[in-house]
Design a protein around this ligand. Structure first.
Ligand SMILES: Cc1cc2nc3c(=O)[nH]c(=O)nc-3n(C[C@H](O)[C@H](O)[C@H](O)COP(=O)(O)O)c2cc1C
Length: 346
């Protein structure tokens, strides 16, 4: 009898997770090192109340051994839904990381098998792990078995010469059997020898058709496409073929254009936001950050990207960044400059 209850509970939980994860992931803002910190995420949350946000990649091993766990794990409660991305290759370490992610209150764990950085690959994780599907499956299994969160994976369509569709498909199948709840596929391969991470985000061509084929022959899997999306209409179009779309550089560099997400993707009635509204709404957050010993630049380095494609945008950004970098930016000055934007209708 107990077994039946446990079985039902497990399967109910699984179907709840599949549903909630499906709702969450129509659009997400990609994990990006040195970009998607908690300050950027809180700004992005003002832009969309619905998009799934990601942390930067956290190396599981560093998390386990550091005494300052909060530096890696802390986030603001407004950031939900929020996925924590781990890099690693040791199931025992990932087990501990999974427990921490759950205790800290994250909504999802994402496992990084897409990063081509030589530093990351020399530790034998990131994109190089695509060559070792069984190891990846063990990592996913360990994450799944040690928390109740959805566990997802982000990977490429291939690595180096291992770029056939069959390899990709068997990788995905093995990882799906290990329990991965969603596949975020960066639609280009990674070339580990000869290209740096930046080149690996531009030189290998985008092949959406490969990701499309993956979805077509695995209709039961949740597949999110990533790479090269620069506006909301492209994403809406892609949602006809995929379960989700992940946007990286465009969301970071041009955040305001993504303020249509809630309305156009999730059918919410909120109108598009203006840059001044978002900046004003961040003022209490910046004040609080300063009270806790932080600096305005921690936030302003992201916030300045809200002001673009309007007259004197560059001047506005320069005024704020030069003062902020020199630690001379007062909140009053930021309010004054933002009021100027507001008066002009931006
Ligand atoms: C500055 C930067 C840092 C990145 N850091 C990560 C990371 O920590 N983890 C990861 O999985 N991908 C990382 N990526 C890759 C992005 O998540 C994304 O896959 C890639 O930029 C392609 O999407 P896009 O064309 O929409 O930018 C990074 C990309 C950039 C530009």
């Amino acid at each position: 009898m107990i077994h039946i209850f446990k079985y039902l509970e497990k399967n109910l939980m699984k179907s709840y997770q599949t549903n909630s994860i499906k709702n969450l992931h129509k659009i997400s803002v990609a994990p990006m090192m040195d970009c998607t910190d908690k300050h950027f995420r809180i700004m992005m949350r003002k832009i969309s109340s619905k998009a799934l946000l990601y942390t930067e990649m956290i190396v599981a091993q560093s998390l386990i051994y550091t005494e300052k766990k909060e530096q890696f794990l802390d986030f603001n409660s407004e950031e939900h839904p929020l996925s924590i991305q781990f890099g690693g290759d040791d199931p025992k370490i990932l087990k501990e990381a999974a427990k921490m992610a759950q205790d800290w209150g994250y909504d999802e764990i994402n496992f990084n098998v897409g990063c081509p950085s030589p530093r990351v690959c020399s530790g034998n994780f990131g994109a190089s792990l695509m060559k070792e599907p069984t190891k990846v499956a063990k990592c996913i299994e360990s994450l799944k078995n040690n928390c109740d969160l959805p566990v997802t994976i982000k990977h490429r369509i291939g690595v180096d010469e291992e770029d056939s569709f069959d390899k990709l498909n068997s990788f995905v199948k093995e990882v799906a059997n290990a329990g991965a709840d969603r596949f975020t596929v960066h639609a280009r391969k990674a070339i580990l020898k000869g290209l740096n991470p930046k080149q690996n985000r531009t030189i290998p061509p985008l092949k959406y058709d490969v990701v499309q084929k993956l979805k077509t022959i695995n209709p039961e899997l949740l597949i999110e496409v990533n790479g090269g999306f620069t506006n909301i209409d492209q994403c809406i179009n892609a949602l006809n073929n995929f379960d989700g779309v992940m946007v990286g550089r465009s969301a970071y560099n041009h955040p305001l254009i993504w303020s249509e997400i809630d309305q156009k993707i999730y059918g919410k009635s909120n109108r598009y936001k203006k840059s001044s509204e978002i900046i004003f709404s961040l003022i209490p957050y910046i004040e609080n950050h300063l009270r806790n010993g932080g600096e305005t630049w921690d936030i302003c380095k992201h916030l300045i990207n809200l002001v673009e494609n309007i007259p004197n945008a560059k001047k506005w950004r320069n005024l704020i960044s030069s003062r902020s970098i020199k630690k001379e930016l007062s909140i009053d000055y930021l309010i004054k400059q933002t009021t100027e934007l507001e008066k002009k209708g931006y």
